[in-house]
Design a binder for this molecule. Structure first.
Ligand code: HEC
Length: 242
């Protein structure tokens, strides 16, 4: 009996995924070694996301060190008013209020880039569209996350999008999204903004990647020196044998 229930759930979840995943992902332009991009992304995160989401594994001080930002710039450009440098990227939203407002608490985004992948995040952030059905309290839906509880926070920067619906084998399917109002940013500027934000989330999911790279360089340097010493040693040994 349990197996049957499990199978039914599996089939159902598969069905749900098929609807969500039926749109090809858009490719995010992510380079975590472009520190300017990660810095901009950190600023966007605090301005546009931290009202609801936290990155509880990441401290401001760590970001300052990894991204080579001076304390006073960190305070001015990234940290919210009143935050302290040793604190984490924590939202001030009360989880109970969040449930009251959205029906679900916004998840912590510390590891979201690892769980979802950069392309999914990028596509998701660009995938909000107008959905006026009465079951949608936010007035929007998302191509990559059906019936998501999150509102579209970038409606003014991106402009509003409406779905172009086609009938395919008797089913109504969304073919693509179409702009119905102009955003404050041009399409290229908006894409760049989303890429910066995703790049920051990719960094946040694994802040150790920078130190790992410098460790890698150090290891190669030590191996090279070792190789030279061994080469000399070999010559020394064989000198008398010849
Ligand atoms: C007004 C509150 C609010 C703001 C602001 C907000 N979100 Fe959300 N977000 C939510 C809620 C609520 C959910 C949960 C959606 C659900 O489960 O249906 C969510 C879900 C998500 C998810 C899906 C997580 C997962 O894997 O299930 C991602 C990714 C995300 N948000 C990213 C962002 C980013 C990036 C920003 C800033 C640009 C942002 N959000 C701003 C409320 C918000």
């Amino acid at each position: 009996m349990k197996t049957i229930i499990a199978l039914v759930f599996f089939a159902l979840s598969f069905g749900a995924q098929a609807v969500e995943g039926s749109f090809a992902l858009q490719k995010a332009d992510v380079d975590v070694f472009d520190l300017e991009s990660v810095r901009r992304g950190a600023g966007y995160f605090v301005d546009y996301c931290m009202g609801c989401h936290s990155i509880k594994h990441l401290r401001y001080s760590r970001v300052g060190k990894d991204l080579e930002i001076k304390d006073e710039v960190l305070r001015k450009d990234i940290m919210p008013e009143g935050a302290k440098v040793h604190e984490s990227f924590l939202t001030s939203m009360d989880p109970e209020d969040a449930v009251k407002w959205f029906g679900v608490a916004p998840p912590d985004l510390s590891l979201v880039a690892r769980a979802r992948g950069a392309d999914w995040l990028y596509s998701y952030l660009k995938g909000f569209y107008i959905d006026e059905s009465p079951t949608r309290p936010t007035g929007v839906n998302n191509l990559y996350f059906k019936d998501v509880a999150m509102p579209n926070v970038f409606w003014d920067l991106q402009g509003l999008q409406r779905p172009v619906i086609n009938t395919h084998e008797g089913n109504q399917v969304i073919e693509r999204l179409e702009k119905v109002s102009k955003g404050k940013l041009s399409e290229e500027e908006f894409d760049q903004t989303m890429s910066d934000l995703v790049t920051f989330l990719v960094y946040a999911a694994e802040p150790a990647q920078y130190s790992r790279l410098s460790l890698g360089k150090y290891v190669i340097f030590v191996l090279l020196i070792l190789a030279v010493i061994l080469f000399k040693l070999k010559k020394e040994y064989w000198k008398d044998i010849k």
